[in-house]
Design a protein around this ligand. Sequence first.
Ligand code: ASP
Ligand code: MG
Length: 411
Amino acid sequence: MPVLVMKFGGTSVANLDRIRRVAKRVGVEVAKGYDVIVIVSAMSGKTNELVGWVNETSPLYDAREYDAVVSSGENVTAGLMALTLQEMDIPARSWQGWQVPVMTTAAHSQARIEDIPPANIMAKFGEGMRVAVVAGFQGVSPEGRITTLGRGGSDTTAVAFAAAFGAERCDIYTDVDGVYTTDPRICEKARKLDRIAFEEMLELASLGAKVLQTRSVELAMRFKVKLRVLSSFEEQSDEAGTLVCDEEEIMESNVVSGVAYSRDEAKMTLLSVADRPGIATVIFGALSDAGVNVDMIVQNISDEGRTDMTFSLPTDQVARAEKAMTEIRGKEINFAELVADEDVCKVSVVGIGMRSQSGVAAKMFKVLSDEGINIKVITTSEIKISVLIDRKYMELAVQALHDAFELEKAA
Ligand code: ASP
Ligand code: MG
């Protein structure tokens, strides 16, 4: 029988009522003849609570025990979902990651899936089980310890199962009805997209759109998994949600398909650093050792052998970055001053159409200039342009760009 993967996020399994509701959806697919693999998250808020308990018990925790605790939320929902389905006379069984097994690396709290041998679950499908309810977000390391896949990781579990079982589709049920041109909370003209290309979704996810874990989109792109994002709170239909697919499957699309933003960014500049080989590796090596996630980087043209080095980072990592730079100052490098600007945000436009159409950057800069918004840093990729601007202009910039690129209209 064909296999379908259905993933339910935390809000879709937030209480017993909601679990019953989504179990009915699973029942509909079973009745159509699918063998279904259901991937569940923990009930909403549960993982945060567990992470909080770990931090309170042991601030510099052992990551193996973090995983032991934090993975447990999914075990509860997997068991409850299996029981709910059984109550509906649907043969169902729950599976924890190690039972499948979902084999991962040993990188605790950030593990990557290496392999999912389908044999055990397939054997049970062969014996009449119709639904395998799998605890998302977790796996087992080569040492046999429980691992987790990073926050939001059950999306990745779902896509990995769809690839491993050759599923017809991977449906991600969540609390929004699809992927939007931008965040409807800050731009009321935001429009739901019927389709979006893997690469665009990848950019949007890594720019902070929270619908899908970035890693899950990477996997879907690599294994060509048909991925659909849809709401578990609305009526079911075959047209519902947003299909994330190959760009060849999209007939017409706008040059720009979405505007993304990330609110809590900071910018740091090292003034007057010697311009010689090895400087960048010292600076960014020290930042990386300190666990700072550097995003944009700009090095100025040098003047009399000295230059300024600017980079962006999440606001809550500024203190860590300052400490790392102070530690190397006077030893490995010299600089005149370290300046931090913690009131910036990043706004980006994304679209595969940019590959073939010029003028997108020029238009973006014109729109911002017309609004009197100063651009502090610019970076580009083949299908994305990002700018760093003052945080107080974030909503304005998103709305103005959404208007200028006419994202409220379908192509
Ligand atoms: N429960 C985990 C989290 O909140 C994994 C997930 O829901 O995707 O991050
Ligand atoms: Mg999620």
